[in-house]
Design a protein around this ligand. Structure first.
Ligand code: FAD
Length: 373
């Protein structure tokens, strides 16, 4: 009963790992377009740029582990098409029949033509190669323009300041991270970066002229799910590959997980597509459960973390399209900080910063009545 996994990122790697953990003894093949064994991406915008981690630290497992667990990882192998009727995939190097196919093709950075055509070197950040190239470019005194005040843009800004570069961040919204956090907490991130010497230019679309003083440009304006393969095969796709609670697509033998999966979430009661590390791991485990015949709906709340300067934060839950009525905060960003996004009399999302002991309590507060003010 061959399981073929398309994509050697964290989600794909986790399915294989979990299948072996559950005692699955049949063939597992990972078809991975990149030249590397599966690796995690969070260090690429943090420790690797700061120089306190190497890309070697990012691997999910080393070569010997994959061999010992009899998992066939084919790097440099891109799946070009899927034949749902015959249950086989075609790659640049041949064909693979499957009983179960798991799509874990991840996301790719959105491009900004204005930056691509500005005449300066332009960096995007998704792969190990991207991270190493950016690390090489970060140098004391370099002038860097970052387009996009989202997670990647702000993490790069923090690393670049750490390297002594002069950093300008251009963000069209009135605050960085405004759409995710709302003004109450986004303001703290703006203050944090300004306190570290970042020139934040907010509230207006970036222009070519604004980039002209920079030595190079980093674009971090979000990522798009890689769904072309699924669409071409005829699977249902709508902002990601549509999956149910067991991560099954519109084809009985095909699952989709990680950044590309647009899942019906049993707790949130709506569809969500989550582009975060924890989701890649959690959905990888659920996919393995589904394959081994154990129906374990993926019901974990969305979770993400970031590290910027000395700040480490975690966010649990999802505000979603219905928004929130108020935010309760405790502490400030220089020390332990907590925030709760509240709709009606329920916490819909919560975060902690600089207080890892508060993780479990913060996570548990989602879905509950708000704490006392
Ligand atoms: C720089 C960076 C920093 C991040 N930091 C954080 C963080 O701090 N916290 C957090 O929660 N999340 C973070 N994330 C997000 C997190 O890394 C992603 O959500 C996670 O990598 C998703 O895993 P995935 O396996 O779904 O996709 P990916 O990691 O994108 O892996 C997909 C793989 O599939 C391969 N592929 C695509 N098409 C094909 C094909 N046709 N054939 C074969 N292979 C194919 C791709 O080459 C890629 O290697 C970060 C992401 C980046 C880029």
């Amino acid at each position: 009963m061959t399981v073929v996994i398309v994509g050697g990122g964290l989600a794909g790697a986790t399915v294989a790992d979990e299948l072996r953990g559950r005692g699955f003894t049949d063939d597992i093949v990972i078809l991975a377009a990149e030249q590397h064994l599966p690796y995690e991406r969070p260090p690429l915008s943090k420790g690797v740029l700061l120089g306190d981690k190497t890309t070697d630290d990012a691997f999910v497992h080393h070569e010997a582990w994959w061999r010992e667990h009899d998992i066939d990882v084919r790097t440099g192998t891109e799946v070009q098409s899927i034949d749902l009727a015959d249950r086989r995939v075609v790659t640049n190097a041949g064909e693979h029949p499957y009983e179960w196919l798991v799509l874990a093709t991840g996301s790719e950075p959105r491009h900004l033509r204005l930056a691509d055509e500005c005449g300066k070197p332009v960096h995007y950040l998704r792969t190990m190669e991207d991270s190493l190239a950016l690390k090489d470019a970060l140098a004391d005194g370099a002038r860097i323009a970052i387009v996009g005040g989202g997670w990647i843009g702000l993490e790069v800004a923090a690393a670049a300041r750490g390297a002594g570069a002069a950093v300008t961040v251009h963000e069209g919204a009135e605050l960085p991270l405004l759409a995710v956090l709302g003004p109450e907490v986004a303001q703290h991130f703006a203050d944090l970066h300004r306190a570290h010497g970042v020139d934040l230019r907010l509230g207006a679309p970036v222009t070519g002229d604004a980039l002209s003083d920079a030595d190079f440009v980093v674009v971090g304006i979000g990522a798009a799910p890689r769904t072309a393969l699924a669409s071409a095969a005829g699977l249902e796709v709508d902002d990601g590959v549509l999956v149910d609670e067991l991560l099954r697509t519109s084809d009985d033998h095909v699952l989709a997980i990680g950044d590309i999966a647009n899942q019906h979430h049993p707790v949130l009661g709506r569809r969500v597509r989550v582009e975060h590390w924890d989701n890649a791991i959690g959905q990888g485990k659920t996919a393995a459960a589904t394959i081994t015949g154990s129906a374990e709906p993926y019901a974990k709340l969305p979770y993400f973390f970031t590290d910027q300067y000395d700040l480490g934060m975690e966010y649990f839950g999802s505000v979603g399209p219905d928004g929130y009525d108020r935010v309760l905060t405790r502490g400030d960003f220089t020390g332990p900080f907590r925030a709760w996004w509240i709709r009606g009399d329920t916490v819909v999302a919560a975060m902690q910063a600089n207080d890892w002991d508060a993780s479990d309590e913060t996570r548990a507060s989602v879905g509950q009545a708000p704490p006392e003010a």
